[in-house]
Ligand binder design. Structure first.
Ligand SMILES: [Zn+2]
Length: 155
């Protein structure tokens, strides 16, 4: 699990050595070196390497943003792990709220927590083959009997 780093720990009017940055964020020095390789600006060519606090702050802010990726249709965001997850065994239950909308409920493969999200039944196609969805019996029945009608809604 990725550590959550607070960009505000970096003082923008300070310069930091790799070691100081490592101490500040409680990460390994090699992690800081990876940030530098990954685009964190330093005072080029000088030794020891110094990192501008302002650069450090904006680098970490960007990093934080890019960590927040969106869920794919077949993924569900796990609140505990703070990342989108493909449900364990790709198994989910569909629990209808109304004719169109319901919830997909699964289990996080990492923390075993219950994960769920709103799901539009018309988008069933988008997860077909990716997830094994268990529909409630009642809905299965409705689904079969009104299939032509539902299909016309898909497009
Ligand atoms: Zn989880």
């Amino acid at each position: 699990m990725a550590k959550r780093l607070n960009p505000n720990l970096a003082k923008i009017h300070r310069n930091y050595t790799v070691e100081e940055v490592a101490n500040l964020f409680s990460v390994h020095k090699n992690t800081v070196r990876l940030w530098v390789k990954g685009g964190l600006a330093t005072n080029d060519n000088k030794r020891p390497i110094l990192i501008l606090g302002s650069e450090l702050k904006s680098y970490l802010q960007e990093k934080r943003k890019s960590n927040k990726r969106k869920c794919q249709p077949f993924e569900i965001y796990c609140v505990r792990c703070r990342v989108p997850k493909i449900p364990a065994e790709k198994m989910v239950d569909y629990e209808p709220i109304n004719e169109r909308l319901g919830r997909l409920i699964g289990i996080c493969p990492t923390c075993d927590g219950i994960i769920n999200k709103y799901f539009n039944i018309a988008k069933l196609d988008s997860v077909q083959g990716k997830l094994d969805i268990t529909l409630p019996k009642a809905l299965k029945h409705i689904n079969e009997s009104v299939k032509p009608l539902l299909n016309s809604d898909f497009k």
